[in-house]
Design a protein around this ligand. Structure first.
Ligand code: ATP
Ligand code: MG
Length: 423
């Protein structure tokens, strides 16, 4: 079998450590992914070599001491995707802030397995002799499709609360089951997810919502009691008597949604936000995105998608200028994904949406979004001073162009003169 370059690079790292007399094994996520027949995103090597020994062996210039105090060194590959993380076998001292151990001790592979989060993430693999080292029952859980904490689930969740969300993410994205004791531990600890930084929580939300199994992820997060502390504004969707259907509606929408885009999926999650009116809806969306420390780009897009969620309604009777402006919007492809999932989840007519899609697909871009016939400079040349009417005039001229009432620059000049005269 032919292996990828990152795979080969990670084999070479193991070989070099072995040749120097150290133990070295692949560890964690890559071992899991290979057994699932999936291409790992990256390869992690675990070794008994100390961080300094790793740096000495590979050379300072070819290594980065990213987390030397935790025993982590990056060995640079000949291309960026061939970097390999080399970590010294370690156990972790007490967790002080619910997220990070106070200190680590360097130790054996077997003990290193015990500090990992879930059994399927706790295996080692020797790529040279093709053998698995499984000290935690990972292989059997992988075969039975179970996510199970290593050791005492409650203690493991108490140590590091990010594991609460990781458990949901792995269960959902792999479409596995959560072991019952692990699930109960998560339920018990759920409210404490808020000790994890909003950025890290948001990162987990991104991974869950980007995945096609996003519906399963949100259902699990909700039933484990994790979604409420993360987005309290949504809670009445499932807590209010009689409104369970709104949450079911949301899950259905997420299930139907076809997107590769986080903002679209997040907007789909927030679409039925229980609020009094549209203004409050947009304010709440803003607050949620801010609270999760979304980038401005993410925030603006989620906000726009929710604001525009009904803007396709009645499209076939829109003026051409209104229709073309909507369809030419750079984020329109995301809006149409969102609206489609929403309409389908409520068994509503897709006629407006199909009309938009047809029109867009059959209209050349120079008709849909033509370069303007006149610009601000032309207005200045015509002696118009900049001010509120400036933009208004340009819009009126562009409307006429989009509505195909005028076609040339001369037409536009003539219209401009008319408009000025009528002022
Ligand atoms: P993916 O990269 O696909 O999200 P992964 O399992 O590779 O999954 P990483 O965050 O890259 O996840 O971590 C690599 C390995 O480190 C994990 O497989 C696990 O063994 C261990 N690990 C990561 N985060 C934790 C944690 N919070 N608690 C305990 N062990 C962890
Ligand atoms: Mg990984």
């Amino acid at each position: 079998m032919k292996h990828t370059e990152p795979y080969q690079a990670a084999v070479e790292v193991v070989r070099k450590l072995r040749d120097a007399g150290f133990q070295a094994l692949w560890a964690g996520g890559c071992v899991r992914d290979l057994q699932l027949g999936k291409e790992p995103k990256d390869y992690d090597v675990a070794t008994n070599a100390l961080p300094d020994e790793v740096r000495h062996l590979f050379g300072k210039r070819h290594t980065l001491a990213v987390g030397a105090s935790f025993g982590v060194i990056i060995v640079r590959g000949h291309q960026p995707d061939c970097d390999v993380e080399v970590a010294t076998f370690r156990t972790e001292g007490p967790y002080l802030d619910g997220r990070r151990p106070e200190h680590v001790h360097f130790t054996t592979a077997e003990e290193d397995a015990q500090r990992r989060d879930f059994t399927i993430n706790g295996m080692f693999y020797d790529p040279i002799n093709d053998s698995i080292f499984d000290y935690v029952g990972g292989k059997s859980d992988l075969q039975q499709h179970i996510i199970r904490a290593i050791g005492n689930p409650l203690e493991r969740m108490q140590e590091d609360k990010l594991r609460l969300l990781r458990a949901i993410r792995f269960t959902a994205t792999l479409r596995f089951r959560l072991d019952e004791d692990t699930f109960h531990a998560i339920q018990t600890m759920a409210e404490q997810i808020t000790v994890v930084s909003p950025e890290r929580i948001a990162e987990e939300m991104r991974k869950m919502l980007l995945h096609p199994n996003r519906e399963y992820a949100m259902e699990l997060a909700c039933s484990a009691g994790l979604l409420k502390p993360v987005i309290p504004e949504l809670a009445s969707l499932w807590e209010t008597e009689g409104s369970l259907s709104l949450w079911q509606q949301t899950l259905k929408r997420l299930e139907i949604l076809q997107t590769h885009h986080f903002e679209t999926a997040f907007a789909a999650l927030l679409l039925d936000l229980p609020v009094a009116n549209d203004q409050q809806r947009l304010e709440t969306v803003y607050q949620i995105c801010k609270q999760l420390r979304f980038s401005n780009h993410e925030l603006n897009l989620v906000h726009w998608l929710i604001e525009q969620r009904e803007s396709l309604q009645g499209a076939s009777s829109f003026s051409l200028s209104r229709l073309k402006r909507l369809l030419a919007h750079p984020d329109f492809p995301f809006l149409i994904e969102l609206v489609e999932a929403d309409l389908r989840s409520r068994n509503q007519s897709l006629a407006d949406l199909e009309f938009c899609r047809q029109y867009r697909d059959h209209t050349p871009i120079e008709v849909l979004n033509p370069p303007p016939l006149l610009t601000g400079n032309d207005l200045i040349a015509a002696g118009i001073k900049s001010g509120p009417q400036f933009k208004e005039l340009l819009t009126q001229i562009q409307d006429a162009q989009l509505e195909e009432r005028i076609h040339t620059q001369a037409d536009a000049q003539a219209l401009l003169e008319q408009l000025i005269k009528h002022k």
